[in-house]
Design a protein around this ligand. Structure first.
Ligand code: N01
Length: 533
């Protein structure tokens, strides 16, 4: 695009799962839209996170769009948990199948979005200086799309290559025979470390906080299971939306205290051996009651001990600092077993403090480890990072990053007061990252599509949350979080992984089904809590 101004009904920022479906939804309702995407292809998070082992930990048959019956019937997933290349192929297929690409501009980063009150339009500016205007501005920018600065001293001095899992080179990395240092043992590190160890000469893992990880038991997709789901896919999707996690995982309404220890162990064992995070649904109070959570945390810690040959290494891998699930649980393939390999060393930074990265490696209190390259799996400026780095100005020049300076403020995670016609998809204050993201995204896209249609049908120019409704929702989000164990962990849910970021529990912990009900009620009551003009 040259430096021109182009007008659309809507501008969508981001072409991941949410941006693609939003474009489809807008078109379906007869609106013109342009999607602006920083990457060179569709995929969003899945475009950038192409590190070895990158894989979704929601099952493929659930981690996919439900909006088109033919699409969901014809697409064939190969594995129970889809790997990044397959998700990328799927999203490319969706883009082609619905001819979405013609309305997407790639390699285009949005740097600003300013609202003009007299014309009630948004002007969106790209890094290249192009301007686009639209009535509606929709942020499909993703919850985990801005890598956080790693804050590792001396990193710039390192002479070898440094790779971040979230900006992995498209051509891949050949680790053969190399001495690799890895920082980060969250979901990305837990997936990447076993794959890197298979190729590298030696891997040294610098662990700051151990993960709770459960095995995926991934494998080829069982054709019987696929047939069963596809025979009545609509019912499966309905059940996902009627659940609190946006996914059927057999949630048990009992308290962990209602049963004796033997029965609890059987329940945990049965869920653990099925693979994935179904273990979180074993009892209703695991995320709300410390003693209940202790039972499942102890169970998983014992499993870790059993998976690691050297008891000393196992002890260093045990998480004690937070209850299971309060940091996102990891789902792995051979993570703990990888520490049984001769070419893998675990450095526990809690006992062996990091001093600095040097030109040739990493120095800790116990000495220097020489390395050829470094892998950073150090996470994201989650949920608000991608929004705050765009210069977003609403009514009267209000700056969104300033408004959110003490933490994000939204109504239902969908909009924010003072910013008319600005929609957030899976924004802070919505269940998003605590659920199956695709379920959450579909609900937000559909709600937004219906809302825009409502505005147009009834001749409204603008919609924005009232300050009262927003304050009420922010209080509600905080109150619900305070009834859970989530605030006990220094997690990215709370912004605690980014130095200086306000500590506010950002997602809505009240459950997906409860949340969707509230969104529907708001819409049915003529968009209660929103001002329509
Ligand atoms: O990031 P994280 P992630 N020095 O923030 C460590 C989703 N996801 O990319 O805990 C040393 O979880 C940090 O240590 P600590 C999923 O929702 C999904 O792994 O801050 N270490 C931690 O160990 C997930 O939760 C999938 O003490 C440093 C790690 O880096 C989310 O993305 C796959 C450090 C960061 O863990 C984020 O996961 C991948 C430093 N200076 C991701 N700074 C699947 O679907 C940070 N760390 C499977």
């Amino acid at each position: 695009m040259a430096e021109t101004t182009t007008e659309f009904d809507a501008i969508v920022v981001g072409a991941g799962f949410s941006g693609l479906y939003m474009l489809y939804e807008l078109r379906r309702r007869g609106l013109t839209a342009r999607v602006l995407e920083a990457g060179s292809d569709v995929g969003g998070t899945w475009y950038w996170n192409r590190y070895p082992g990158a894989r979704c930990d929601v099952e493929s048959l659930d981690y996919s769009y439900s909006f088109d019956e033919d699409l969901q019937q014809e697409w064939k997933w190969t594995e129970r948990y889809p790997a990044q290349p397959e998700i990328q192929r799927y999203l490319a297929h969706v883009a082609d199948r619905f001819d979405l690409r013609k309305d997407i501009t790639f390699d285009t980063r949005v740097v600003a979005a300013h609202y003009d009150t007299p014309s009630a339009t948004w002007t969106v500016r790209t890094e290249a200086g192009d301007r686009l205007t639209a009535r509606y501005c929709i942020l499909a920018t993703g919850c985990l799309s801005v890598p956080k600065a790693p804050e590792i001293p001396g990193l710039d001095d390192f002479r070898g290559p440094v790779y971040h899992t979230a900006t992995w080179p498209e051509s891949g990395v050949d680790f053969s025979g190399r001495r690799v240092g890895v920082f980060g043992t969250g979901s990305s590190g837990v997936q990447a470390i076993p794959m890197i160890a298979q190729k590298a000469g030696h891997v040294t893992v610098f662990q700051r906080t151990p993960a709770f990880s459960v095995p995926a038991f991934n494998g080829p997709l069982d054709p019987e299971w696929e047939r069963e789901i596809k025979t009545n896919y609509a019912e499966r999707r309905r059940q996902n939306r009627a659940s609190e996690a946006g996914i059927v995982r057999g949630d048990n309404p009992q308290s962990a205290h209602d049963v004796d220890d033997e029965q609890r162990q059987r329940e945990y064992e049965s869920r653990y051996t099925k693979g994935g995070f179904g273990i979180l649904g074993a009892y209703a109070d695991l995320m709300a009651d410390q003693r209940a959570n202790d039972t499942v945390s102890d169970f998983v810690r014992q499993k870790i001990r059993e998976r690691v040959t050297d008891p000393e290494v196992a002890e260093r891998l045990l998480p004690w600092e937070y209850p299971l699930g309060t940091k996102r649980i990891c789902v792995d393939t051979d993570y703990y077993e990888t520490f049984n390999r001769d070419n893998v060393t675990l450095v526990d930074l809690r006992r062996d403090a990091l001093e600095t990265v040097t030109a040739n490696g990493v120095r800790t209190a116990r000495g220097e480890v020489e390395l050829d390259c470094l892998v950073l799996a150090t996470g994201f400026d989650a949920m608000t990072g991608a929004v705050n780095r765009i210069d977003i100005r609403g009514r009267d020049g209000a700056v969104l990053a300033e408004k959110w300076g003490a933490g994000p403020r939204t109504y239902l995670g969908l909009g924010t007061a003072g910013f008319p016609n600005l929609f957030l998809l899976a924004g802070p204050g919505s269940p998003s990252v605590l659920t199956n993201m695709v379920t959450a995204i579909e609900q937000h896209v559909e709600w937004t599509g219906r809302c825009i249609e409502h505005l147009r049908t009834h001749g409204y120019r603008t919609i924005e949350p009232t300050v009262e409704a927003e304050d009420g929702w922010v209080d509600h989000v905080n109150e619900v979080a305070s009834m859970t164990l989530f605030p006990k962990a220094a997690s990215w849910y709370l912004g605690a992984n980014v130095p200086g970021k306000p500590r506010i529990f950002m997602p809505y912990a009240g459950g997906f089904a409860t949340y969707e009900k509230q969104c529907d009620e708001v819409a049915e009551q003529d968009y209660r809590g929103f001002a329509l003009k």
